[in-house]
Design a binder for this molecule. Structure first.
Ligand SMILES: C=C(O[C@@H]1C=C(C(=O)O)C=C[C@H]1O)C(=O)O
Length: 277
């Protein structure tokens, strides 16, 4: 039975997907590319079975989902690819309308939590698909994620750049979990054995990837716009683990999001192996 797996088409996912394809039998998998917001919608509707996807998507519909253990896309401090570009110091955004990446669901809510709780600001938000320099003519500040943020950081302009992983770490002292590996419970009922095998292979692929970042960087398409050394540095910045500290960071984010009315409830973090067969 085929497993339909979301593949975030960002550089942050390249190591694990490359290692999975290089070392494991992927003939039972169909990979569905997309940006996180698109993959979140596919997960919700059953268009895919599982994906590394926005942690807030898990929180928003957790009755439908469970998680793979030991895997995430997180940061313990700066992340390099979730950036607020701002024409004014962040403290001066009170009353402003901030432009938001249309690709993100977690980071837009992280920004809302930080501006409200760390800085005590009241702000409005609008989604935008405009390129950075155009968007910054329309909004005093713009949030980008993924490859668009990495590319934005290469531009020189009259703006400040705030790294949301770093701001969260300053605020809480905790890791921030941007993406979890989210699995539909429907799929667990139908394809548990395939999911267990994939979860095991992904953890092994992660470890193989750690040992071969330079080789993966040399062979991947992203090195057309980010040097191999910068890619390795980026992957070493990201934390792909899901330790108790990561879980504490996720719970803390969900608590703030719930208190601000951004999610309907505070979810339990339920893992695949905890679901009855
Ligand atoms: C670190 C990142 O984490 C991501 C951010 C996401 C979001 O904001 O919804 C979702 C998946 C991750 O790719 C990034 O994309 O730069």
């Amino acid at each position: 039975m085929t497993l339909n797996i979301g593949h975030i088409r960002y550089a942050n996912c390249t190591p694990i997907f490359t290692a999975l394809a290089a070392h494991f039998d992927c003939s039972g998998y169909r990979f569905v590319p997309g940006v996180p917001a698109h993959l979140n919608a596919l997960l919700r509707s059953g268009g895919i079975d599982l994906s590394p996807s926005s942690s807030i998507e898990y929180a928003s519909a957790h009755e439908q989902y469970c998680l793979f253990p030991e895997l995430s896309i997180s940061a313990i401090g700066p992340v390099k690819s979730v950036l607020l570009f701002s024409r004014v110091p962040i403290e001066r955004l009170d009353g402003a309308t901030v432009g938001l990446s249309a690709e993100s669901d977690t980071s837009v809510n992280l920004l809302k939590v930080l501006l409200a709780r760390k800085y005590g600001l009241t702000t409005s938000y609008e989604r935008t698909q405009s390129p950075l320099t155009m968007a910054l003519q329309q909004y005093p500040a713009v949030l980008l994620i993924g490859d668009a943020a990495l590319k934005g950081a290469q531009l020189v302009g009259d703006w400040r750049v705030y790294d949301l992983g770093e701001l969260w770490h300053e605020f809480t002292g905790l890791p921030f979990v941007f993406a979890l590996w989210i699995v539909r419970r429907d799929t667990v009922r139908e394809k548990r054995a395939e999911l267990v095998a994939l979860g095991r292979d992904l953890v092994a692929a992660k470890k193989l990837a750690y040992a071969s970042y330079a080789e993966i960087a040399a062979g991947c398409s992203e090195n057309a716009w980010l040097s191999a050394a910068e890619l390795v540095d980026y992957w070493q910045t990201i934390s792909y683990e899901l330790t108790p500290a990561h879980l504490e960071g996720a719970r803390s984010f969900f608590r703030h999001a719930f208190e601000l009315g951004l999610i309907p409830s505070q979810p339990e973090l339920v893992f695949l192996e905890e679901l009855a067969g």
